[in-house]
Design a protein around this ligand. Sequence first.
Ligand code: FES
Length: 101
Amino acid sequence: MFKPLEGSTPTTTVPFLMEGRAVQAQPGEMLATALLRAGVDRFRETPVSGSPRGPLCLMGVCFDCLVQVNGRPNVQACMTPVEAGMVVQWQRGARSLQGDT
Ligand code: FES
């Protein structure tokens, strides 16, 4: 469903991990688009039912793209550029307002 525009294939990639799986991003790419292109459609689980959620707006409004990055919860994947070596995990349960759990 998601793919780069024709002629925009980068010569270098930025490696990171999603739930232990190696993923390659384009330099400067946002985390959400890199994950969607890699076939990841589950970014977080709802606190009550555990239903899966994924990016909806891709512009920082809906908060359905929350993930954990390097152990830090509540990271909006659509607003976060990929960095080499990032360790990304699903956001599980309710988000914390303090951002520390
Ligand atoms: S996709 Fe809506 S806030 Fe990230």
